[in-house]
Design a protein around this ligand. Sequence first.
Ligand SMILES: [Zn+2]
Ligand SMILES: [Zn+2]
Length: 320
Amino acid sequence: MKLVQITLPTPLPVGNVNVYLIKENPITLIDVGPKTEEAIQVLEKGLAKEGIRFSDIRRLVLTHSHEDHCGLAKFLLRKAKDLEIFIHEWETGHLFGRFDKTENEQMLRRLGIPASMVEKMKSFYSKIRTLTETLEADSVKALRDEDEIEFDNGIMKILHTPGHTPGSCSFFREADRTLICGDCVLKRITPNPILSLDPFDSEKRFPSLAEQLVSVSRLRSLSPTLTYCGHGDPIYDFEEVFNRYLRLTNERQQKVVQLVPEIGATAFEIACKLFPEAISQEAQKFLAISETVAHLDYAVMNGKLAVEFRNDGVEFYRKV
Ligand SMILES: [Zn+2]
Ligand SMILES: [Zn+2]
């Protein structure tokens, strides 16, 4: 199965994003890049090197719905008329904007983030949203765990690997143990367990870190020999990346628990202590808060911390 990595520029702090052309029938692209002129040009050139035009692509499979991965989906749909687009059904909420729903705003307020800062975050993310175009719900088809993506010359198995986002998916070719995993595992950075609403109960947060740890362990159990990621270089030694990820996660978990004072604190207060620089930067703030909340929730799940609602509806973490 011929697989070609194409690296596209993004205006985001994460840097370049990788998309993957599977040059088999039907011609398939895994992720598509952000909606910028630069990304369109680089993608067009990368495909042209393989003799492929936008209109030749029959299938777009999305690992998840972050703007750097899915932004050009609608553009591609216009260029390739009978294109089929696939994404896990738990991701559809993201396609319509992270802060548009009142539940999302309530989720941020519950963390103790000052109202003025929530407003600033909303306006920042409305700029980020210009990197994607909303897809109509009926133009996407659902990816399901353990289903297969079929090609004339073989198959790739779909693995639902939630954590980074609720509907993140990875794709595995058993024949040569090749994995494409989006942002579920990255070579040089630990993927952020992004703050998300629970797909089944919008009053709750999705337990991102707990899910992420299960997903990464599941991928490890496949013993992939080559793993293509959403950002950065491919991974040849999954075991090494897995062990480093576990070590860093355990270290951060201990640090987060230590940072909760005897009198208790909000998630936002802990985030300010854990990431004093990132919390003041517009592009990093949401990621810093996501990482902190994911760790606080994981510590609560493991009985290391307790959480209760204050009278003003803000959650308050305490040592147990
Ligand atoms: Zn992502
Ligand atoms: Zn990404």
